[in-house]
Design a protein around this ligand. Structure first.
Ligand SMILES: Nc1ncnc2c1ncn2[C@@H]1O[C@H](COP(=O)(O)OP(=O)(O)OP(=O)(O)O)[C@@H](O)[C@H]1O
Length: 354
């Protein structure tokens, strides 16, 4: 049974968006919706470690943002009653940063490194030995007089998260005992995520409205929860202005239209990418870096955040020569590919229609 979260919860003040996310985070595998296969695999791994009274094997969680990697890392620690240390690749820019973390771990601790593919190469190499032998070599001194001093570590479990597992060097990837690939959630799972969040918030929302949000949240629980929050805001303001204040399907559509979320759940960046491929490049193929420059976004964001979803819903395909729009994309944007040529009089997307 989930604990209700009061709408006036002081934790929802301040950085409300983050507090909201934290409050809704499932605390154990039983509360974690979807990803049945990964849940089963993790359950077995944790139980086996418990029976053998040892730390669970190192775990790599791979998949697009917002699918529950941080949540699962917290669950791994929580289920085994183990302390959790959280860090991230960008925060580990020198081997010394990692040595400081590793040498201060207590026995059995879970070390979560988010965006592990962004860790410095020197730290990565230190991690190989740490993961395998719970030991690191610390260099003391410089130049010809430098010596390496071995340092034993407390046994720990590394949980690494990455949106780009392809960027991890093989020696690092091979040292994880288990790699979980998180998939986008289907609509019934998202309905469950939303119903749970609405229950926790004490929000009275009907099944039709929940289904409408579930269809527009890019297969991603974080987005589902965020859209639910926007719908709740909309209903609150409507009630204050003398309206019904019911978060029904009409309120959902109005709120999401206001926030530029279209019927497929595409947001501004998704649409900017599609607009570029369809109208500026006649449907493609377009290379990733050209695409990134055209929409003014990092290539990594396009590749890790935007593309996986557009590929999954069949709006683009990846070819060796670049990204290509599918017939479904032309249809969704109400465009006719025969009339579109790169560099010519560019047809505008019927944005109002989205
Ligand atoms: N399976 C799930 N069931 C219910 N809620 C979930 C689930 N997965 C994620 N969430 C919700 O989505 C939010 C985002 O999840 P989380 O932070 O774990 O994603 P992430 O994959 O770590 O994202 P990032 O890669 O951006 O760090 C959480 O606060 C949680 O409330």
């Amino acid at each position: 049974m989930t604990e209700p979260v009061a709408l006036t919860d002081p934790h929802l003040a301040g950085d409300a968006e983050l507090a909201f996310e934290g409050a809704l985070r499932p605390k154990n595998l039983g509360e974690f919706v979807g990803q049945a296969k990964v849940r089963g695999q993790l359950q077995l791994l944790l139980r086996a470690a418990e029976l053998q009274q040892r730390s669970p094997d190192h775990i790599l969680l791979a998949g697009p943002p917002g699918l529950g990697k941080t949540t699962l890392a917290m669950i791994v620690a929580h289920e085994g009653g183990r302390p959790l240390r959280m860090s991230s690749g960008p925060a580990i820019q020198h081997a010394g940063d990692l040595a400081a973390i590793l040498s201060s771990l207590v026995p059995g601790e879970v070390l979560f490194i988010d965006e592990i593919h962004r860790m410095a190469r020197s730290a990565e190499e230190m991690l190989y030995l740490a993961m395998e032998d719970f030991r690191i070599d610390i260099m003391v001194g410089k130049g010809a007089g430098a010596t390496s001093v071995p340092l034993d570590l407390a046994p720990f479990t590394l949980v690494g998260a990455t949106t780009r597992s392809g960027l991890l060097p093989n020696p690092l990837r091979d040292r994880f005992g288990f790699t979980a690939h998180l998939e986008f959630y289907d609509e019934s799972e998202l309905r469950e995520v939303l119903a749970r969040a609405a229950r926790m918030l004490g929000l009275d929302i009907d099944a039709e409205a929940i289904a409408e949000i579930a269809g527009r949240c890019r297969g991603t629980p974080r987005i589902a929860n965020r859209l639910l929050r926007r719908v709740r805001d909309y209903a609150l303001v409507e009630a204050a202005d003398g309206g019904s204040g019911r978060p029904d399907v009409g309120a959902v559509r109005a709120a999401l239209e206001l926030y530029d979320v279209d019927a497929l759940g595409l947001d501004r960046l998704d649409r900017a990418v599609m607009e570029t491929i369809l109208t500026r490049f006649g449907g493609g193929p377009v290379g990733l870096s050209t695409l990134a420059v055209s929409v003014g976004e990092e290539a990594e964001t396009i590749e890790a955040v935007v593309e996986p979803f557009l590929v999954r819903i069949g709006l683009i395909t990846r070819t060796p020569r670049g990204r290509v729009a599918t017939p479904a994309a032309w249809r969704h944007f109400g465009l006719d590919d025969a009339n579109t040529t790169a560099g010519s009089d560019t047809p505008r997307l019927p944005i109002d229609d989205l």
